[in-house]
Design a protein around this ligand. Structure first.
Ligand code: SAM
Ligand code: SF4
Length: 329
């Protein structure tokens, strides 16, 4: 008789198929919505090594039913072994891994895109919140031109690209229409993500969040907008003029916690069942102490089983020592 497929579930009946795996807390940008103003990078010995990452990834895929891994950070392309990590994840496909994706700020893509594609990366989300150089600089501390070059390089390498944009009141509301026009012209899927209270510098407040309804109202005079039927994707989509799909990830105004199918392993080896969890399960200590797969699996299962309901039930700032750049967005 065939043994049942492995699963990772919480007490609310949500099955986890997706793992967000943060490769580093380090970043070459300083987005105001993500980082403290003067981030203190974690000591290197606190970050999981490539072998440790791969040991846990194998366990999640082969023993816990994870089918989709997204590499993130910090900026994942600052991790020197990023291509090796993708190639070693790629070897897990016969064991059940179906997709290897990445979220990146795009700056280092000209250097890495072709190698990542060859190593087995399936697709990429690139963050781009503004075209106007000054606005981009004020939001991220960096330059927009290298990001645009990175997007071109990824497409040239044959990597499907989606764009993520966070809109903050007082910063980049004026970029909504230019971003959509550009994405339509380039035939790139664009998703607006609502600003979440995870920035670590106390910058978030409800007033700064530019919500889905407001973004749609800004686009209404320019496009015929029709909502698409809901799916299991955390983004919901709108059809523009009958030929373009615009995505919205509206964690604040329309939380999708009841359908959440993901868990997060941060670069230190702490497992978080939810982006908004106040604490996680330390996997690095038992890993380094020689724990076997069964013990690690038990720690993971127990932590995920107790996953909180999510943002919908406990909105507002999360009090915890780590912010988005350490957690891995
Ligand atoms: N450095 C990469 C990047 O910027 O794409 C990957 C890490 S970043 C933390 C992952 C995603 O989280 C990005 O799309 C970013 O825009 C988003 N993000 C970061 N902080 C956020 C916040 N407070 N609210 C909403 N999205 C946020
Ligand atoms: Fe860096 Fe990405 Fe955070 Fe911006 S959103 S500071 S690029 S980790």
């Amino acid at each position: 008789m065939l043994s049942p497929a492995p699963t990772l579930a919480d007490a609310r009946g949500r099955i986890k198929h997706k793992l967000r795996l943060s490769l580093t807390d380090r970043c070459n940008l300083r987005c105001v919505y993500c980082m403290p103003e003067e981030p203190k990078w974690l000591p290197r010995e606190q970050l999981l090594g490539a072998d440790e990452i791969l040991r846990l990834a194998r366990l999640f895929v082969t023993e816990l039913g994870i089918r989709d891994i997204r590499l993130t950070g910090g900026e994942p392309l600052l991790r020197a072994e990023v291509v090796e990590i993708v190639a070693r994840l790629n070897a897990l496909r016969p064991r059940g891994l179906e997709r290897i994706a990445m979220t990146s700020n795009g700056i280092r893509l000209p250097q890495w895109a072709a190698e990542l594609r060859a190593a087995g990366l399936d697709d990429l989300n690139v963050s781009l919140d503004a075209f106007t150089p000054e606005t981009f600089r004020r939001l991220t501390g960096g330059e927009v031109a290298p990001v645009l070059r990175g997007i071109e390089a990824a497409r040239a390498a044959g990597l499907p690209v989606k764009i993520n944009s966070v809109i903050l009141r007082g910063h980049n509301e004026d970029e909504v229409l230019p971003l959509v026009r550009w994405a339509v012209a380039e035939n790139l899927t664009l998703r607006f993500i609502e600003f979440m209270p995870l920035d670590g510098r106390g910058y978030w407040n409800a007033e700064r969040v530019v919500r889905e309804d407001e973004i749609l109202a800004r686009l209404q005079p320019h496009y015929a907008i029709t909502p698409e039927p809901p799916t299991d994707d955390p983004a919901h989509y709108y059809d523009l003029d009958g030929h373009y799909r615009l995505g919205m990830i509206s964690t604040i105004s329309k939380p999708f916690c009841r359908r959440c199918d993901r868990v997060r392993l941060c670069s230190t080896g702490t497992l978080y069942a939810c982006l908004f969890s106040a604490s996680g399960a330390d996997l690095r200590t038992p890993l380094r102490a020689g724990a076997d797969d069964a013990a690690l699996k038990e720690t993971i299962r127990r932590h995920v089983w107790h996953k909180e309901a999510g943002y919908a039930e406990r909105p507002g700032y999360v009090e915890r020592p780590i912010t988005m750049h350490v957690m891995g967005g």
